[in-house]
Ligand binder design. Structure first.
Ligand SMILES: C[S@@+](CC[C@H](N)C(=O)[O-])C[C@H]1O[C@@H](n2cnc3c(N)ncnc32)[C@H](O)[C@@H]1O
Ligand code: SF4
Length: 125
């Protein structure tokens, strides 16, 4: 993974000021829409927890390499991220270093929206 100037500053312990967005793709849908151009699946819900595990492993690897500065925005897109169990979504978000005041967005299908309870505290650095 190529390191951005922002991540190099992060490694040196200084504040990161440039916007740094993280996109997490969640490829699970209840139905496949004919027009959809995104990578989604309707028959793999049994892999949701393993998918979150895999995303977290990749995030942890990037953190260890110093390639993941605190995100100023995090976007969970899909697919239908709101189909993940609330605890899984929170677990995924907690793995991502976020800057204070970071914007977090979750694409939802209103029929699958669930309360996620409290969002984890930001983990600067
Ligand atoms: C990929 S969906 C993800 C969120 C949710 N599953 C939904 O359908 O709203 C996000 C948006 O992309 C749109 N979209 C899907 N395929 C598209 C395409 N081929 N061209 C333009 N927009 C598309 C959908 O209509 C939806 O408004
Ligand atoms: S991501 Fe949205 S538009 Fe694409 S198949 Fe799923 S529900 Fe339909």
């Amino acid at each position: 993974m190529r390191r951005s100037p922002a991540s190099r500053r992060h490694e040196q312990g200084r504040a990161v000021s440039e916007p740094f967005g993280v996109y997490v793709h969640v490829p699970f849908c209840a139905h496949r829409c004919d027009y959809c151009a995104f990578a989604t699946y309707t028959d793999r819900d049994h892999l949701m927890v393993r998918y979150v595990d895999a995303c977290i492993a990749e995030i942890d690897g990037a953190r260890r390499q110093g390639a993941l500065p605190p995100a100023t925005s995090v976007f969970f897109g899909g697919g239908t991220p709101s189909r993940l169990a609330a605890d899984e979504l929170v677990r995924l978000l907690a793995a991502i270093p976020v800057a204070p005041g970071a914007e977090v967005t979750v694409e939802c299908n209103p029929k699958t929206r669930r309360s996620t309870g409290s969002v984890p505290t930001a983990t600067p650095g």
